[in-house]
Design a protein around this ligand. Structure first.
Ligand SMILES: Cc1ncc(COP(=O)(O)O)c(C=O)c1O
Length: 407
């Protein structure tokens, strides 16, 4: 099976670029991968997907790979879409769901983007990759790089969750922490690119991570019987997932696969501690000003400046969605609420989405009976630093105090 990719297209000005060579940015902005959607629609019937393996590769016609290509994979994809009745009731919603990406390889949705980016980099003969990371992308790059036999360099802020640091080290990546933010780490990769012979795998600086993240949207559509939910809440850092899902819905609509014309309203969720996209949304700007002094315990969304800011904002606006910043000090509370009510390993980034629901139901933007999906982008276990509740101790030299145990 050949790839159905026709070309790459610059997101900033529509310039076409060839897809048969390794590409990065155009005018310092990202590229879209474009497909012959008509040819895909006539060669694949959506009801045939059920016969394929339950991984993201089942959508291969809508991905940049061809059948002869080696896939760098751990069998990722098809994360469960879980109903959340108890949490929904607490938040005043009757139809709340969590798409649980914490169950993917390396414990986060980053495996989708890395599976695609590393597969394509290997296809083009890349041997050495480098990236800045807020944590989960680094861990995923280390794992996929190891599987591809590549040399991997990861640069992270020094207060990145320790589990993320360890997964990079254990994956054999040359791992460094720096006393700054992800944008400072991005500069190290940019500055070292030529000297070190790195291929830059930073968010949106090559075209294929979006295609991997796009599969969240393809999967959601399939799991919902090709009728998309009313609202999607997505914790936004660099925005690849939100951009990718919106692209997926556009492609599915063009292929005539969706059962309804109504697309979801996309909600970009950030913390008040780092909310460049929300500020630009509120002031009506297409490009976001960098957030000065960015900080949040939801490290994955501590991205003060995103190279695809306009792509995130375009998607949110086109969808009739919105961008919401939530109170930083309450993220832990929402995290504990979601995990204790549903048992899902909700990361702080997704906990921010719970806060956004509180805000959006209070102001009437979300209606109680709307179908709402939160993307749980990672596993709570990776964020030991964010958990502050002490565990009570039992002294075995003393009689057990059952009243204490009963609480
Ligand atoms: C758990 C988690 N959620 C959300 C994000 C933000 O993802 P995106 O870059 O797609 O906005 C990240 C990125 O590091 C993350 O690790």
């Amino acid at each position: 099976m050949p790839s159905f990719v026709t070309h790459l297209e610059a997101a900033i000005d529509g310039t076409h670029l060839p897809s048969d060579t390794l590409q990065t940015l155009h005018k310092d902005r990202p590229l879209w991968v474009r497909y012959d959607l008509e040819a895909i629609a006539s060669s694949l019937a959506k009801d045939k997907l059920g016969d394929r393996e339950p991984t993201l590769w089942r959508y291969r016609e809508l991905l940049p790979v061809n059948e002869q290509q080696d896939l760098i994979s751990f069998g990722e994809g098809m994360s469960p879409l879980l109903p959340c009745r108890r949490l929904g009731e607490t938040l005043g919603l009757s139809d709340l769901w969590i798409k649980d990406e914490s169950q993917l390889p390396t414990g986060s949705f980053k495996s989708r983007g890395m599976a695609m980016a590393v597969t394509m980099a290997a296809h083009f003969g890349v041997k050495r990759i480098a990236l800045p990371s807020a944590g989960n992308a680094g861990g995923a790059a280390a794992a996929y790089g190891a599987r591809a036999g590549m040399e991997v360099y990861v640069f992270m802020p020094e207060d990145t969750p320790i589990i993320n640091q360890y997964e990079c080290v254990l994956g054999g990546a040359k791992t460094f922490v720096a006393n700054g933010l992800i944008t400072d780490c991005g500069k190290i990769v940019r500055d070292g690119r030529e000297r070190m012979g790195w291929f830059d795998l930073s968010t949106l600086k090559e075209p294929y991570r979006i295609e991997g993240k796009k599969t969240m949207g393809l999967e959601l559509a399939e799991q919902c019987g090709w009728k998309l939910p009313d609202v999607i809440l997505y914790p936004t850092g660099g925005g690849t997932g939100l951009i990718g899902m919106w692209k997926a819905f556009d492609e599915l609509a063009k292929m005539g696969w969706l059962e309804s014309d109504k697309l979801p309203r996309m909600v970009s969720v950030q913390s008040e501690g780092c909310c460049p996209i929300v500020r630009a949304f509120e002031t009506g700007e297409r490009f976001a000003e960098p957030h000065v002094g960015a900080d949040t315990i939801a490290r994955g969304i501590r991205v003060p400046a995103a190279v695809g800011d306009f792509m995130i904002l375009d998607a949110v606006r086109e969808s009739g969605g919105c961008a919401v910043a939530v109170e930083e000090a309450r993220i832990r509370e929402w995290l504990e609420l979601a995990i204790s009510q549903e048992g899902i390993s909700v990361c702080p980034e997704a906990a921010a989405c719970v806060g956004a629901i509180e805000k959006l139901t209070a102001n009437g933007w979300l209606k109680p009976d709307e179908q709402v999906v939160i993307f749980n982008t990672g596993a709570a276990q990776k964020y030991v630093e964010a958990i502050t509740s002490p565990v009570p101790r039992i002294d075995l030299a003393q009689p057990i105090d059952w009243d204490v145990i009963a609480g």
